[in-house]
Design a protein around this ligand. Structure first.
Ligand code: SAH
Length: 368
């Protein structure tokens, strides 16, 4: 039993079962034993590999996207360049390296990183220092702490880590799924709360679903998308949200634990595995639109990268590479273009000020 499993079992004995959201928040973010507080989970030696860790081209192309949006904004200075959940800091390092030559861009940037893990903050600082780009970042625990102002925001695989609630229908009513204790009184197990779960969270479509169906909701993600939207409406700018997930209406359980590149029981050894769930891009888009922003996509990650010129970038890198390196560059590009997790492709959603033209790589959207 992990120390966190013991702590949670004790808490459940005293105050009763936890929502899945409470459980997820503790397993990932407990100040001492939480997954993201303990170690560096990325890369081949870690638990999973993310796009920025596959190739420098990912961050470079996102940097170019930011510089292009900044030009379309009328080149405000300062502009808050923000990343949420930067992991090792690789995406931002590559974005900054890749935009060194964009005239005036770096001089305008006020850099902000939103990261809850002290260990990863140190790693991000080192990675940024390694670029030689003379920009000092500020770190924050939440997006709300980032000062107001014109905004360029990028984030990859943060929304999938935000706590979700789960609901299950039983006897024609909706119950919140809870984490409680098994018959032994020590092990964690799933159960159901009392009937009458909040319909606002379960969602309107839920009434049509069959007995036993599970639906998920991520109020933290919806609130964050609305906050981002409010900022770009008030001060100008745009955000690029990349993650794996669906466009809404999908039913079923997607909470998953991953450790050392393999699947894992989400309730086994909390704090030792990454927990994530499919992102409901439809819900994020609705929240951002309700806050007055223009929303584009989601489009598949491969379309985003193709339209931002990944093939041209790969060809340029290959010219300066050895034969073995060139093969690696080609393989990394193919991997980024086919990246999938839990059976869904990665997607990109843009949330922008309605005053801006359509952001690079996205299509004009007919407002739903
Ligand atoms: N974007 C990186 C890392 C993705 S993993 C990449 O693509 O490689 C998720 C990241 O979000 C980690 O850096 C984690 O510490 C951070 N994180 C998790 N929950 C967070 C929260 N509530 N607020 C801010 N950062 C969070």
């Amino acid at each position: 039993m992990t120390p966190l499993a013991e702590l949670l079992a004790r808490r459940i004995r005293v105050t009763g079962p936890l929502t899945v959201a409470d459980y997820m928040a503790e397993a990932l973010g407990h100040p001492e034993h939480g997954y993201y507080k303990r170690a560096d989970p990325f890369g081949l030696a870690g638990d999973f590999v993310t796009s920025p860790e596959i190739s420098q081209m990912f961050g470079e192309l996102l940097g170019v996207w930011c510089a292009a949006v900044w030009n379309a904004m009328g080149r405000p200075s300062p502009v808050r360049l923000v990343e949420l959940g930067p992991g090792r800091g690789t995406l931002m390092a590559d974005a900054l390296r890749g935009t060194r030559k964009a005239p005036g861009f770096h001089a305008a940037i006020d850099l902000h990183m939103v990261e809850t893990s002290p260990l990863l903050r140190r790693l991000q600082e080192e990675t940024l220092r390694g670029t030689g780009v003379p920009l000092a970042a500020q770190w924050h625990d939440s997006f709300a702490e980032v000062p107001e102002g014109p905004l360029l925001l990028v984030t990859n695989e943060l929304f999938d880590a935000l706590p979700i609630h789960q609901f299950q229908s039983r006897g024609g009513r909706w119950h919140e799924r809870m984490v409680g204790l098994d018959a032994s009184g020590n092990g964690l197990t799933f159960g159901l709360g009392p009937p009458g779960a909040s319909l606002a969270l379960v969602g309107a479509k839920a009434s049509l679903l069959a007995e036993g169906s599970i639906v998920e909701a991520c109020p933290a993600g919806i609130a964050l998308a609305a906050d981002i939207a409010r900022r770009v409406v008030a001060h100008g700018g745009a955000a690029l949200i990349i993650d794996y997930g669906h466009e809404g209406g999908a039913v079923g359980e997607s909470l998953q634990a991953v450790r050392r590149h393999g699947k894992h029981d989400p309730l086994d050894e909390p704090g030792s595995a990454d927990l994530s769930a499919h992102v409901d891009f439809g819900a994020l888009a609705r929240a951002a639109r309700e806050a007055g922003a223009a929303v584009y996509g989601p489009i598949p990650q491969n379309l985003l990268l193709e339209r931002l010129g990944i093939r041209v970038r790969a060809a340029a890198l290959k010219k300066k590479a050895t034969e073995a390196q060139a093969a690696d560059i080609g393989a990394a590009m193919e991997r980024l273009l086919r990246l999938e997790q839990m059976g869904t492709l990665f997607k990109a959603l843009a949330v922008a000020s309605p005053q801006l033209p359509v952001p690079p790589a996205f299509d004009e959207t007919a407002d739903p």
